[in-house]
Ligand binder design. Structure first.
Ligand code: FES
Ligand code: MG
Length: 581
């Protein structure tokens, strides 16, 4: 046991012939582990977000088994451990509320345990950033294996996409175009296999971001969950992480500023979710890479969206994989000189460009040529102005082009309950040119910054055939949603941002071209309103005074800062803590 290479941190648990080594080994042996498994092998943690309450990750026990096969084959010893699993579909008030809790769980689980390197099993939206955030704060060698998307949804003879079809059908049922029976019959057709949402929603976006950041093997993002090649990728990732442990290929060597710039460019090309702006910022913050909201404008704007997937386009993740997946997109970008840093290192030891320069591309409809894009300028639009001094975002590819420059009168909802109570009122003073404004749905206000920003249109306007209106809030929106929706307004209303004092009838100007979001009231008037707001809102919401919610509201950062907790930002490394006895 003494000839174990010192650089393996697990040796500080299992590598000594004393009282402590006895304890660490003996208790592990109750699982039937023979002595030789402790002899100098890299111990590979498999960080698993499996849960039956996170349906998108419910197949992860099987995924973990294939990772283990690869780890054993390469001479490592795998240890699987669970972490908090925050599933998007069931968890209230929103899985975002517990993203940082999960990240904290991941970080402390890695640092406190005999782990030399880690495989991160993530799938559903928030699990991917949570695992990358936690592992980045430890800066250990890590590779991510995503769960993969569900097969295409099937309903009434056509393909339907996760989430996106929910928004579409719920509008159609409200407008009286389909029956409630038809609406509910689509449930089973939409989710008919293991896996994550099959649209280019947040889960697929974050899987693509992980691949573009270089923390996965090539093709990780798109292989369907039930395709046997997903399990081959898990096996190969298990083999590779053992080498990474021996090479000491830590996350800080992969998650560089260059990698984030590549990811931002890739996000524009795939038509990715607005949520990526928040999550990438949070991950960057953990590894100490500077990243600003304006980087999305500088690096992303002008990049064509070439991936024709819902919600912006037509197809689903199955077609994306069969068309060539993310490596084909990266090849397309690289050949046009649009990959900012082709030499960025990835988990397999090769550069991003080495991994993608010969990637086959099988379908020009799904991954379109750069000169026939789905959207000519696919980057996120970052907006600023007196209504959003610290920024807001809009996804032009999911919006209506004619509304990207718009002046309209505000119809204000004080919170989501107020919106639900009044939106269907036939007397609501609203026209198609109005701007729907919703407050108190931000990180502190909701709390958790729920995905309610794409608030449904007034039924009376839907019945007239109105399909889109400008909407503004401090909320987020599901990556599967669409519309001319201004999101992530910072500072949020609950934190005293100007959004808090917008009144019914105020004129608002939106101009995506110049990145302007302006409330048309005088500076004096705005200052006066904010002063009055502060006087009336000094008291804390009684619901926020205890429990995790108290911690959350006190420490969550605003959207432009990634909504991490202030005390979790930064890399704390993985120095081995003192013995427990
Ligand atoms: Fe889990 Fe969409 S709800 S990936
Ligand atoms: Mg989602």
């Amino acid at each position: 046991m003494t000839d174990k290479p010192r650089k393996l941190r697990s040796a500080q648990w299992f590598g000594t012939a004393d009282k402590n080594g006895f304890m660490y080994r003996s208790w592990m042996k109750n699982q039937g582990i023979p002595d030789h498994e402790f002899q100098g092998k890299p111990i590979i943690g498999i960080c698993n977000t499996w849960s039956e309450l996170t349906p998108c990750n419910a197949h992860f026990r099987k995924l973990a088994e294939h990772v283990k096969r690869g780890v054993f084959e390469a001479g490592g010893f795998p240890v699987e451990f669970p972490v908090f699993s925050n599933g998007e579909s069931n968890l209230r008030p929103t899985a975002m509320f517990t993203r940082n809790l999960a990240a904290m769980d991941v970080e402390e689980s890695i640092r406190g345990n005999p782990i030399d390197a880690v495989v991160l099993l993530a799938g559903c939206d928030k699990t991917t950033p949570a695992l990358l955030m936690g592992a980045a704060s430890c800066d250990v060698p890590a590779i991510m294996v995503s769960g993969g998307p569900m097969l295409n949804g099937k309903h009434e003879g056509r393909d339907i996409g996760s989430g996106t079809v929910v928004w579409q059908l719920s509008e159609q049922v409200k407008a009286g175009h389909i029956t409630l029976h038809q609406f509910m019959a689509a449930e089973a057709g939409m989710s008919r296999s293991a896996g994550t949402c099959n649209t280019m929603g947040t889960a697929s976006t974050m899987a693509c971001m992980a691949e573009a950041l270089g923390v996965t093997l090539p093709h990780n993002a798109a292989i369907p969950a039930v395709d046997s090649r997903r399990y081959v990728l898990a096996h190969l990732s298990g083999m590779r992480i053992v080498e990474m442990a021996l090479e000491d290929l830590r996350l800080s060597k992969l998650l560089t500023r260059e990698a984030f710039e590549n990811a931002i460019r890739a996000n524009a090309a795939i038509g990715g979710s607005t949520n990526a702006a928040i999550h990438l910022k949070a991950i960057a913050g953990r590894i100490g890479v500077p990243l600003e909201l304006d980087d999305w404008t500088r690096i992303g704007r002008g990049t064509p969206t070439v991936v024709d997937l819902q919600p912006s386009g037509r197809f689903l993740m199955e077609e994306f994989y069969y068309a060539g997946g993310l490596p084909a997109v990266l090849r397309r970008l690289g050949e046009a000189g649009l990959l900012p840093h082709p030499d960025a290192l990835t988990a397999n030891g090769h550069s991003l460009w080495e991994n993608s320069k010969e990637a086959p591309l099988y379908n020009d409809e799904v991954i379109r040529p750069l000169d026939k894009p789905l959207v000519a300028d696919g980057g996120l639009c970052v907006l600023r102005g007196n209504l959003a001094p610290r920024g807001a975002v809009l996804k032009p590819s999911a919006a209506t082009a004619s509304l990207l420059k718009h002046r309209g009168r505000a119809v204000v909802f004080e919170n989501f309950d107020d919106y639900k109570a009044r939106i269907a009122d036939p007397e609501l003073d609203v026209t198609a040119d109005s701007i729907l404004v919703m407050k108190n749905c931000g990180p502190k206000g909701y709390p958790g910054m729920a995905e309610v920003g794409n608030m449904g249109l007034p039924p009376k306007l839907l019945a007239q055939g109105v399909t889109d209106m400008v909407r503004i809030s401090d909320a987020r929106m599901s990556g599967t949603a669409y519309g001319t929706v201004v999101l992530h307004v910072a500072p949020e209303a609950r934190a005293g941002g100007p959004l808090a004092v917008v009144r019914n009838g105020d004129w608002i100007e939106l101009d995506c071209e110049s990145g302007r979001l302006h409330l048309d009231v005088s500076e004096d008037e705005l200052a006066q309103r904010l002063e009055t707001w502060r006087e009336m809102n000094s008291k804390r919401n009684p619901a926020d005074v205890s429990g995790y919610r108290n911690l959350y509201v006190d420490h969550v950062l605003q959207a432009d800062e990634g909504c991490d907790f202030d005390f979790l930002v930064g890399c704390r490394g993985a120095e081995v803590p003192p013995h427990s006895h």
